[in-house]
Design a protein around this ligand. Structure first.
Ligand SMILES: [Zn+2]
Length: 899
């Protein structure tokens, strides 16, 4: 599954120093009240499904469905009871037929809390085989999970509904009774009964297509059996679509399904989808096993995309691209998303994690592999540099919190499974795989993956299986080293000191756990990692001067033949998942390499991000940090600017709680104006992808600082846009935000008019998210109320609400709106990431004791099941931010007044 939308928000928070006001016992008490233990038992393995013959008949008018299934099962141990999963289903009948033909009727009990169904028989089922036949019915819900409905408008303007599925994780049980755990792999033979004028799709090709014997308006479509796979990868869809197609060199048919009349919007996706498929077939050296791979845009879709084997589903904005209206960043996200889902066809679909504890095997790998594919298709994206800002930095931030979790995380209850689809599984997972890839080398990595995927094909695997495969090929102790990174949470900061000894440079490295507040309790001070270290020097920028495995807490390394004027830098290209704390001298020596851009952009980014994290942890002073920042005055690389912008944005947020807001805006305008003067508003080169991303970033920040030339030019361009001269899509978001922050009522309402006029989802999201930059109370309330109107799809509402948190007033009002409508948010999104994202973004911008108590008290009284950790992390952040303000405000004031 893909959560690119989280990345795109770029609203990750930074987290800082601990709150001295709140004592440890308070935290302990708080932790226990917000994290009650949920007990849950997995399904027994005495009865195993082999083949589901599943027939479903959705009713697109009253939003119900009926279904029946004949499941061929193996009875491994004699039992008089079969336990499987079901949720929100009614079961009319359950029968068991053994090979001799005798039939037993089952007595059915449902456990709604644990989402299980118990079928009891008067006699024991004997070891061997048999068929379990179940008749059932359910609801085509509006919650974007299980078998659900999605509204669309036909070209003639009629509103209709499609029926579609989202089964990860774990919601196949809402569509049919099943063994809904990844280790119960089976084949599925799907039959759908649907109106004749609709397109009917599933994982495989149709093998039979007939008229319904009794109902003239219905068709019956039977699909070929799927490969052996987990239930969460099944999909079926009934709707109306156009499609484009191509055949890859290995003769797989790739199609992009779009809304009717919008075929051309699938052109870009088709190119990426077919190239990605070929790339991975070559990289893994394993052919794609199905004859077709469809990608389809679904108007209502909870996450970014879902890798159903042979039928990948997407939210529209992640797969459709309109040449006139799609921005560079959205095209990039589309490419990344399609590559991610295509990588899953092997990592996840062919070989699947045994249980959700190893979810990262799917998500971390797909999140790493997506970059390999996009880099080969679009080298101009400079995507590996962007890996830092999309993956490594957000993961380093989250994983510095005490309420982070290890990559391999025990999960039991269904409510908790959604909560691990987070930055740790995706981005920390991808980051440590990148570290391992760099450490063992591409050739060994590739061979190891081939062996792993071949050995476990159509089966399940655990983390150790992967390490074993990589270890066998590379000859390096992969399992031992990587265990440090997957079994324990957090990561180290490596303190570096250096001294010259004749022609040698002696480097002393000391590791300790990096924590958001810079403090370590007894347990944390004992933790350590095995760290693959790389060192570069100014003597040869293109060659690693030394690679080593750091196995102790402290070690000394000698670099021979290094002159005293040579600088030394650790962690080339941020390949390792750790921070570096240089001595003051070493940092000073690196400053010219930053300002002259001798160091690569990603190395420049890394030094700044590490320094900022150390500032927030109280290990570096504001004066030291701001002096370091001045080395970036001539910066012109997009990737490095992302790190600069992260720091500026966080400081801006925190200082909004002080009287320094205006002074800081002035400082910010000054800092950004050089690059603004170079870039301006107009796109100079359509092909310069990263320059166009940088222009948008600079305009956005200057608009936030209310920089008059940007606001005035934006208003001028917006008026022309409304009159028919479109704003270039690459700067549209920035211009919209600038206008929405400083316009009159009539112009503000134009955003809503444009929203109604466009049918491109990307544009709809851009328009309404931009209105969140208003600082006006009446308009914030207008926007918040709009999000719950029938005009807004549930999949977008939460994103629009998050769009308001850029201003202090917006943050406050959005939080109030969330509290007032808590029950509706629970109903709409339940344990899904949308609620996690809302909780995170609406609360972790706060920075006071009062807010800490308010947030804690609210969630103690209003439990959001599955999101307990998110609440704890927000509380940790609020505490640390308050403490940072108390500690650093005066020092920042001195700096701002001295310039
Ligand atoms: Zn995924």
């Amino acid at each position: 599954m893909n959560h690119q939308y989280l990345r795109q928000q770029r609203l990750y928070c930074d987290w800082f120093k601990s709150f001295t006001l709140y004592t440890v016992p308070l935290c302990v008490q708080m932790t226990t009240s917000l994290t009650a233990v949920k007990t849950y038992e997995r399904l027994p393995k005495n009865v195993i499904p082999q083949l589901y013959k599943l027939e479903l008949n959705p009713n697109l008018e009253n939003f119900t469905f009926t279904g029946k299934e004949d499941v061929e099962v193996s009875i491994k141990e004699s039992t008089n009871q079969v336990i499987l999963n079901a949720s929100q289903l009614e079961i009319q009948e359950a029968l068991f037929k053994d090979p001799s033909g005798s039939t037993l009727k089952g007595n059915v009990t449902l456990d709604t809390k644990d989402e299980k169904v118990f079928i009891k028989f008067d006699e024991s089922l004997k070891i061997g085989s048999g068929t379990l036949s179940i008749a059932f019915s359910g609801i085509l819900n509006d919650q974007m999970k299980g078998f659900y409905r999605s509204k669309y408008t036909t070209p003639s303007g009629e509103e209709r509904y499609a029926a579609t599925t989202q089964f990860e994780a774990p919601d196949a049980r809402r569509a049919f009774p099943c063994w809904d755990e990844p280790a119960f792999k089976a084949q599925f033979e799907v039959t759908l009964i649907a109106p004749k004028d609709r397109t009917v799709l599933s994982n495989t090709e149709p093998v039979q297509h007939v008229q319904h014997p009794d109902k003239a308006h219905l068709q019956i479509v039977k699909f070929a059996p799927t490969p052996i796979m987990s239930s969460y990868l099944l999909a079926f869809i009934v709707g109306e679509y156009d499609f484009l197609e191509t055949i890859t060199k290995n003769k797989t048919r790739v199609r992009i399904y779009t809304p009717v009349g919008k075929k051309e919007q699938g052109q870009y996706a088709l190119e990426i989808a077919s190239k990605s498929l070929t790339f991975f077939e070559d990289y893994f050296n394993i052919p794609f096993p199905l004859s077709k791979l469809d990608h389809i845009a679904i108007p209502d879709f909870a996450s970014g995309a879902m890798e159903n084997w042979g039928l990948v589903t997407y939210r529209e904005a992640r797969v459709l691209a309109d040449p006139k209206n799609t921005s560079a960043i959205n095209r990039e996200q589309t490419a990344i998303t399609i590559a991610h889902e295509t990588a899953h066809q092997w990592f996840g679909n062919l070989v699947t994690m045994d249980w959700w504890t190893d979810l990262w095997l799917n998500e971390g790998f797909a999140s790493f592999m997506e970059y390999l594919a996009v880099d080969s298709i679009h080298p101009e994206f400079d995507i590996w540099s962007q890996f830092a800002s999309y993956a490594a930095l957000p993961a380093l931030k989250l994983d510095s919190l005490r309420d982070s979790h290890p990559i391999e995380v025990p999960v039991a209850h269904p409510d908790d499974i959604d909560s691990i689809f987070d930055l740790i599984s995706y981005e920390k997972g991808a980051s440590i795989i990148r570290m391992c890839h760099d450490w063992i080398g591409d050739e060994a990595f590739r061979k190891g993956l081939h062996n792993y995927l071949t050995k476990h094909a159509y089966k399940n695997a655990v983390t150790q299986d992967l390490w074993d495969a990589l270890e066998a090929v590379s000859g390096k102790p992969v399992g031992k080293v990587m265990g440090y990174w997957t079994k324990q949470k957090g990561y180290p900061v490596i303190k570096v000191e250096s001294k010259q000894d004749g022609n040698n440079r002696i480097i002393k490295l000391t590791q300790r756990k990096f924590t958001v507040d810079g403090t370590l309790n007894d347990e944390e001070s004992k933790v350590q990692w095995m760290v693959p270290i790389t060192i570069i020097t100014s003597q040869d920028l293109n060659k690693v001067a030394l690679s080593a495995l750091m196995t102790e807490k402290s070690t000394e390394i000698t670099l021979p033949n290094v002159t005293s004027d040579t600088w030394v830098k650790l962690n080339l290209r941020l390949n390792g998942f750790y921070r570096v704390q240089y001595s003051a001298e070493m940092l000073k020596a690196l400053a010219p390499a930053i300002s002259t851009k001798q160091l690569a952009p990603i190395d420049r980014l890394q030094i700044l991000d590490d320094q900022f994290a150390l500032l927030m942890a109280g290990q570096v002073s504001s004066a030291q940090f701001l002096e370091m920042l001045s080395s970036y005055a001539n910066e012109d690389n997009y990737v490095t600017w992302v790190a600069i912008d992260n720091c500026i944005s966080k400081l801006d947020l925190l200082l909004s709680y002080t009287d320094l807001s205006e002074k800081f805006a002035k400082f910010g305008i000054n800092f950004y104006s050089k690059i603004y003067n170079e870039l301006g508003f107009d796109i100079k080169d359509e092909k310069s992808h990263t320059e166009n991303l940088l222009r948008s970033l600079v305009l956005l920040r200057l608009a936030k600082f209310k920089y008059a030339p940007v606001i005035e030019e934006s208003i001028k361009r917006f008026k022309a846009h409304v009159a028919g001269t479109p704003i270039h899509p690459d700067i549209r978001s920035a211009v919209y935000r600038a206008v929405a922050s400083s316009c009159d009522d009539e112009t503000f309402n134009t955003f809503f008019k444009l929203y109604r006029d466009t049918d491109l989802q990307e544009e709809k999201v851009r328009l309404i998210q931009s209105t969140g930059s208003t600082g006006d109370l009446a308009r914030i309330l207008q926007l918040l109320n709009f999000t719950f109107s029938p005009e807004v799809r549930s999949q977008d509402a939460w994103k629009f609400i998050i769009g308001t948190v850029g201003t202090k007033l917006g943050r406050e009002e959005a939080w109030k709106f969330f509290k007032d409508n808590a029950d509706e948010f629970k109903r709409r999104y339940g344990s899904h990431m949308a609620n996690a994202s809302l909780i995170e973004h609406l609360t972790n911008g706060f920075a006071s004791e009062e807010k800490y108590k308010e947030v804690e008290s609210f969630f103690t009284q209003n439990s959001f099941s599955g999101h307990e950790k998110v609440v704890l992390r927000s509380l940790e952040m609020i505490k640390t931010q308050d403490d940072w303000l108390k500690r650093e405000t005066d020092s920042v004031r001195n700096f701002l007044e001295s310039i």
